[in-house]
Design a protein around this ligand. Sequence first.
Ligand code: PDD
Length: 294
Amino acid sequence: MGRLSGGAVNAHGVISSPEEARVPAMDHGFLYGDSVYEVVRTLDGRPVAWPEHYDRLRASAAALYMELPWTRAEIGGRIRETIAATGLPECTVRIVVTRGPGPMSLLPDGCDGPRLVIYVLPLRLPPPEHREHGIEVSIPSRLRNDRRALAPSAKTGNYLNNLLALVEARRAGGVDAVMVNARGDVTEGTTSNVFWVRGGVVRTASLECGILSGITRLHLMRDMRRAGLPLEEGAYPLDDLTGADEAFLTGTVRGVTPVVRIDGEPVGDGRPGPVTRRVGALLDELLRTERGDW
Ligand code: PDD
């Protein structure tokens, strides 16, 4: 096979270009969003926090009553093969596990077993000015999914909640959305977690608010504690965020992105603040220390 320098998809063992990749129309992942996924980035060609991403994929599958038939080493091997077919030095890897093809019925019983689809695409990070100058976010009226209905702690192929919130935020002038839950408490961004700073104390929504347990979030919380930054996790109403001195989003793709405006109003003085800069530096460091192998 020639070099797939624009990226490749390994669709259950068949490697092709993203445009040519095929999945069965009867796959319940396509029919019902009955799938789970992870997004991993590389640094210097090596994956960042791959063991943690694999463990979360397994946990997301379990939340859907699905068991992963592949070990970390097996999926890692397939990822390596797929990356090799692209020759890409740096990439974003999306690992999707679908329920598999089956009858036209919600019930997974008749499905053929999980399918593994691996996407290897050139690493594309947000524009540097996002990190440099920060972004505006919007708070849509749409609520984050209730954890008792479809728990945001599972990273499933059902991202309509986030997708619609993002569309609504864009219409309102935001680069991203931050959603609240039914109690009115802050949850997270559409593909990121949110932190904010009040009087030198960093705050973020606790898992009970209904969020994805972001791997970047967990690592940064560990490193903030180590660095002696005061940190609190809890259920906080929206005005705790909108009245903050600083705010930022965290995630595999977002990195640490300062939030400088919320629905047109400045956060603090409307510029990325010192704590955000410090956490950005912690991220640069941890990307290097959490680099491993597939
Ligand atoms: N999203 N919250 C949500 C809803 C997410 O989808 C993500 C990641 C995060 C941050 O998690 P992490 O730090 O583990 O990347 C929080 C990925 C990047 C995506 O769907 O593209």
